[in-house]
Every structure is written in C-alpha cells, then in structure tokens.
Ligand binder design. Structure first.
Ligand SMILES: Nc1ncnc2c1ncn2[C@@H]1O[C@H](COP(=O)(O)OP(=O)(O)OP(=O)(O)O)[C@@H](O)[C@H]1O
Ligand SMILES: [Mg+2]
Length: 285
C-alpha cells in the first residue's frame, strides 16, 4: 500500500474539532488535528482518503464513527492503530505521536480471521504467545477468564469451524482483549452476524468495555447500533472524509431495553438526518 506525503493548508475546524484545537493535543487521550491521508494511485497520482480530520477521544469513552462507504473510516482507524502513517497533520495517542502499532491498541476486524487449526482457547492465547508476555499456563488461565467474559467458557476446546458467526466474533473480541489493550478499535465487527445476535453482542460489548475498562472507537454503518453503543457519534462526510458533525448521546447506560424508547428513536432520527446530508454534500462545503 502506498501512502503519499501531501502538504495541505489548514482548514477551519468543525464540531469536536474546534474543542480539540482549543484544548491542545497533550490534553487528550487520542488527538487528531487536521489529519489527512492520501494513497498513491498506480499512475503516480494521489487519492485523498481523509481530509483535515479533527477528532478527540477521551479515556473511557465509547465513540462511534459513521459515514458513507469509502469516506475513510477504516483508513482513519488504521492510522490510529499505527498500521498506516498519516500524510499530514498531527495524530497523538496519550500525548505521543502514533508511529507504530502497540499492545495498548487492539483492532477487531469485520472478519474474525481465526486460526482454523487452533482451538478457541489457543486462538485467544495466540497474541500472548507471540508477544511472550505470559507463560503458557498463565496465558491459558487469562484466556479462559476472557472466554467466560464473552460467554464462551464451554467452547474453549472447540475449533472455529464448529462455531456460529456470532460465536466466532466473540472469540475475535476475546482475542483482542487478551493483550489487555487500553483502546479497542472495532471496524464493523458485527456486520456479518444476524440482527438478533448483533443486538446481543452490542449489549455484551458495552458490558465488557465497562468491566475491562477499555476505551472504544467503533466504526459502523448501522445508525441504531451507533446510537445504542456510543457516548458520541461522529459523522464523516463523503470522501475525502472529514468529521462534519458530532451527536452526543445522552442516554443512561446500561441501555439493554432502550431501543424502542422515544429518546432513542429521536437520536436515531437525528443521526440519520445528519448522515443523509453528509452523504450528499461535497466534503469541503
Ligand atoms: N490500500 C489502499 N490503497 C489505495 N486506496 C485505498 C486503500 N485503502 C482504501 N483506499 C481508498 O481510500 C478511500 C477510503 O477507504 P476506506 O476503506 O477507509 O473507507 P471506509 O469509510 O472504511 O469505507 P467502507 O464503509 O466501505 O468500509 C476509498 O476511496 C478507498 O478506495
Ligand atoms: Mg471500512
């Protein structure tokens, strides 16, 4: 993958952005100031994926990113994970520029990508074995506790092909949590599971994040999923993506039985309206 170095003039910050610049990079858990990322095309041209993104995330928050397909959500998440360098701007995690991946950040991808030759327990211990952070027995005990947390204690000795899609996604989550990240980055993790399982996983995820004290940045296309999970929903414009609006979701947690309540539905409607205009408007408007 080729990433182009581009130099761009600063743009006027919007929404959360202005807060970010006002408070300063060092004061935030995660700080993105005027972050742009461009890919190099085959013919040498550059393709701007995200454009002067301003964003902050505070420790303990659960923030969802929504936006039209191709607007750069995965690109932004990859940059936060340290998989992808930014082209310009400033991206800091705990006060330091993000320059590489680290055990403090774990990514949960849409496809579980479990190792088919390892049983569930040893899929979860894999990252710990690779990092050499724990002895085998300690890693197994740690993984067992996580399987309990995600409701899969009885499936530790099963293999991935013996699990449903939703169960595989829980293993995926347990695997990400195994390295005890502070920040969980989730890229449409529940997109391929059925609606009922998805709702159950959302409830579990909120509980897990609270118990494990992790901060979460969650990408989704599903508006009600975003409203259910998030403390804040940040909405990207179409590509090149910029965060055009932020909606703070003031619904008390836990939210297990909130989905049919008028307040919840009002938030869904509000976010849907913003998303519809973000998808239409040119990103530099
Ligand atoms: N490795 C790459 N090389 C070149 N261009 C890329 C690469 N990855 C993504 N892009 C382009 O960058 C833009 C943003 O892609 P990205 O995957 O970040 O969007 P997204 O918001 O996650 O979309 P979706 O909602 O469909 O997952 C797209 O136009 C895409 O074609
Ligand atoms: Mg994506």
């Amino acid at each position: 993958m080729a990433i182009a170095r581009v130099s761009m003039p600063p743009k006027q910050a919007a929404g959360a952005a202005s807060q970010a610049s006002a408070a300063g990079a060092a004061d935030h858990y995660l700080y993105a100031g005027q972050v742009s990322i461009a890919y190099a095309g085959r013919g040498g041209e550059t393709m701007l994926a995200i454009d002067h993104v301003d964003f902050v995330l505070e420790r303990g928050e659960f923030v969802c990113l929504l936006g039209p397909s191709g607007c750069g959500k995965t690109t932004f998440l990859n940059a936060v994970a340290g998989f992808l360098p930014i082209s310009s701007g400033q991206l800091n995690f705990e006060g330091q520029p993000v320059s590489r991946p680290g055990p403090d950040r774990a990514m949960v991808f849409q496809q579980p990508g479990l190792l088919p030759w390892r049983d569930v327990l040893h899929n979860v211990t894999y990252g710990l074995e690779m990092s050499g952070r724990m002895r085998r027995r300690e890693a197994a005990a740690h993984a067992s506790a996580l399987l309990e947390l995600v409701g899969l204690a009885d499936f530790a000795r099963s293999y991935p092909h013996q699990l449903s899609g939703g169960m595989q996604q829980r293993v995926n989550l347990a695997r990400a949590l195994a390295v005890e990240p502070e920040l969980l980055l989730l890229d449409e993790p529940f997109a391929s599971v059925d609606a009922q399982t998805r709702e159950a996983l959302q409830v579990e995820l909120l509980g897990i994040c609270k118990r494990a004290e992790v901060t979460a940045l969650f990408v989704t296309h599903d508006i009600s999923e975003a409203v259910f999970l998030a403390d804040r929903v940040c909405i990207f414009s179409r590509r090149p993506g910029r965060i055009v609006r932020e909606v703070r979701v003031n619904l008390p947690k836990p939210r297990d039985d909130v989905r049919l309540k008028p307040d919840f539905l009002a938030y869904v409607q509000e976010v849907a309206g913003v998303l519809a205009s973000a998808a239409k408007a040119p990103s530099n408007s």
